[in-house]
Design a protein around this ligand. Structure first.
Ligand code: SF4
Ligand code: F3S
Length: 104
């Protein structure tokens, strides 16, 4: 599966949802997640994200993100069309350690 990582937090560009063939993105207030049970590993969303937030879970150190994607995709609503990104999205692009912001 592919997972959305902290680079998405407060950027939420949503280009990813437009290309997913199985519509497996789910929307939280500050970020999106992928349902790992629905993702077919096609990889088309990865290059579409301007924040480079989407990675294959085969990369090292993504266990907490896989867990988070699995957990929240079960609760959050499905999203299939791009909406307006946060007004300050570009200011958050590339900022490190955004995980803390997820809960604030
Ligand atoms: Fe959707 Fe493919 Fe991205 Fe999985 S890898 S979330 S199926 S676009
Ligand atoms: Fe997030 Fe990138 Fe999609 S910032 S909403 S994963 S396009």
């Amino acid at each position: 599966t592919y997972v959305v990582t902290d680079a998405c937090i407060r950027c939420k560009y949503m280009d990813c949802v437009e290309v997913c063939p199985v519509d497996c993105f789910y929307e939280g207030e500050n970020m999106l997640v992928i349902n790992p049970n629905e993702c077919i590993d096609c990889g088309v969303c990865e290059p579409e994200c301007p924040a480079e937030a989407i990675l294959p879970d085969t990369e090292n150190g993504l266990e907490q993100w896989l867990e988070l994607n699995a957990k929240f995709s079960a609760d959050w609503p499905n999203i299939t069309t791009k909406k307006e990104s946060p007004a300050d999205a570009d200011e958050w692009k590339g900022v490190d350690g955004k995980f803390d912001k997820f809960f604030s």
